[in-house]
Design a binder for this molecule. Structure first.
Ligand SMILES: [Zn+2]
Length: 117
């Protein structure tokens, strides 16, 4: 299997995710790979509850995006870790080779289609 091609795809995707993460959060300097969503400025006049609700909703959205991206980043890192050990492209459940078309669509895929459910 041409792992160099997939390694390139994974690194490109990782870079894109890190760029997106830096727009919705900040890197936690204490925990590598951990990101914290940027807190909105909650300095809203308490009499203006609609503004407050908007701010909270905005934060909730950022949190959801942040969590999903962080999870994706972890999957990518795990996939990159499997390249030097020769385990890249093998299903982590059954050990069989993952269909190359599936890896092209998602190079971070951990399992074959059968074991993805
Ligand atoms: Zn499998």
């Amino acid at each position: 299997m041409n792992t160099a091609k997939f390694e390139k795809l994974l690194r490109e995707e990782k870079q894109q995710i890190e760029e997106t993460l830096s727009s919705v959060g900040t890197k936690n300097p204490k925990i590598p790979g951990d990101w914290e969503p940027s807190y909105p400025d909650l300095n809203v006049d308490p009499s203006d509850r609609n503004d407050m609700a908007d701010e909270v909703e905005e934060f909730d959205n950022a949190l959801g995006v942040e969590v999903a991206l962080e999870e994706k980043l972890r999957e990518i890192d795990a996939a990159l870790d499997r390249i030097p050990t020769g385990d890249f492209g093998k299903c982590t459940v059954g050990g069989e080779y993952i269909d190359e078309a599936r890896l092209e669509a998602n190079p971070a895929a951990k399992t074959c289609i059968k074991h993805s459910q």
